[in-house]
Design a protein around this ligand. Structure first.
Ligand code: ADP
Length: 397
């Protein structure tokens, strides 16, 4: 290698170390390689599983003559097998260097083993169609390039292993969280039910009618809560695994919101709701599920923004129908807002009954409709949930 090549060699090494994505790194190595070493095509074969078992083309690029040959890279398989068999570099020269009309028929191949501390991991093959033959200096450069490719591969393998470990860790953490949260959530109402039943059954005490009724009322409410919790857990699991069947039928969005509002007002007597519809589109939706989203937002407003004014707007946006569900309640601190749609997430210190599943379920349902739900909130400024349903689901009528 001459001094004039040092900057090129440096840029080659930089291309390897600076990119995080290995394919991107290979592409920039390709650009850098061309300035130190001329070739037509390059292919990179990775040894699958056992060392004798060739090979998967991991990367192939055609930059010069015979560009289509880069696509299948079949021209390199034989030399790659030889490199693996001999575990060393292989250079092949066509039998005769006669002038030929078709230079593609005269490939000069250079196969280089890619090694790591673990052994042979693949083969890098260069081809020049119709020559010239590789000089000693060029072969050295190609060897340097092969070491750069090897280190890229080691990095790729390491990254895959780290990603796989990280995924496994996250899954385990989620499962542990899920089990811990669900056991806690189920135990709380069950504890109440058991406690009040035991109290009522005590032989040594006679409860007056009013107290008996009060205890039974608590048992009744907690049983409802337990039921709701189990339903929510099952539903969120089904939604997440896509096994909850949805029935998409034409429905008037304004009528759906009105009905959900009426049902919520029957349940929460103090609910103060204004409806403000700029449009009344017919959409394709699962009306039971979509109503569930709205009723959940009403129930949250009743729990977390009691007495607040709630306004539900429906507007036409560029390519969506937008429902804005606005309350002027206490709002939520910024550090909690981004977590609201996570499974089991509840704002810390939040009283009242709840499992943190409601908004998670809302998100799954809205997304199953091809829509998006988001939230904006600030302490003292109230909370706004925004649901965008794709307008392409709208029907003309
Ligand atoms: P849950 O109501 O069971 O706790 P959700 O997923 O429905 O679970 O809601 C998550 C959290 O979001 C609630 O615990 C509450 O802290 C907060 N939240 C939801 N809606 C509102 C609202 N309208 N105003 C203030 N906080 C809210």
């Amino acid at each position: 290698m001459t001094d004039e090549h040092i900057p090129d060699i440096l840029s080659l090494a930089e291309a390897v170390t600076q990119k995080t994505d290995w394919k991107e790194a290979l592409d920039s190595v390709m650009v850098a390689v061309r300035s130190v070493f001329l070739f037509d095509n390059l292919a990179l074969y990775v040894i699958e599983n056992s060392f004798t078992d060739l090979t998967e083309i991991a990367y192939a690029r055609a930059v010069g003559r015979g560009q289509t040959a880069g696509a299948d890279a079949a021209w390199g398989v034989e030399i790659a097998s030889q490199v693996i068999e001999r575990d060393e570099m292989v250079v092949t020269v066509p039998g005769e260097l006669l002038a030929s009309d078709n230079r593609i028929n005269e490939p000069f191949l250079l196969g280089l083993p890619l090694r790591t501390h673990e052994g042979l991991l693949g083969v890098l093959v260069f081809v020049r169609f119709g020559g010239p033959a590789y000089t000693e200096g060029q072969i050295q450069r190609a060897q340097f390039i092969a070491t750069q490719f090897s280190s890229l591969f080691v990095r790729k393998k390491l990254k895959e292993e780290v990603d796989a470990l990280e995924n496994a860790r996250r899954l385990l953490e989620m499962q542990e969280d899920f089990i811990a949260t669900i056991s806690h959530e189920l135990r709380t109402p069950l504890g109440f039910i058991k406690g009040y039943c035991t109290t009522l059954l005590r032989q040594d005490t006679v409860w007056d009618e009013a107290t008996r009724r009060e205890f039974l009322q608590i048992i009744d409410e907690e049983a409802d809560h337990l039921n709701e919790l189990i339903e929510n857990v099952l539903e969120s699991a089904r939604l997440q695994s896509n096994t909850l069947p949805m029935q998409f039928l034409p429905v008037r969005l304004d009528a759906l919101i009105r009905d959900a509002t009426l049902r919520s007002q029957t349940r929460y007597k103090d609910l103060n709701v204004r409806l403000n519809f700029a449009i009344s589109p017919t959409i394709k939706a699962d009306s039971v599920r979509l109503s569930q989203v709205l009723e959940n937002l009403f129930s949250n407003a009743a729990k977390y923004a009691p007495g607040a004014q709630i306004t539900v707007y429906v507007t036409q946006e560029e390519d969506s129908f937008r429902i804005r569900f606005v309350d002027n309640g206490p709002g939520i601190a910024p550090e909690y807002v981004e977590h609201l749609f996570q499974r089991f997430y509840r704002v810390p210190g939040q009283g009242g009954s709840g499992s943190g599943l409601g908004l998670f379920i809302c998100k799954q349902i809205v997304e199953a409709h091809g829509g998006r739900i988001s939230v904006q909130s600030a302490p003292g400024k109230g909370t706004t949930f925004k649901i965008d349903l794709p307008a392409r689901n709208g029907l003309t009528f």
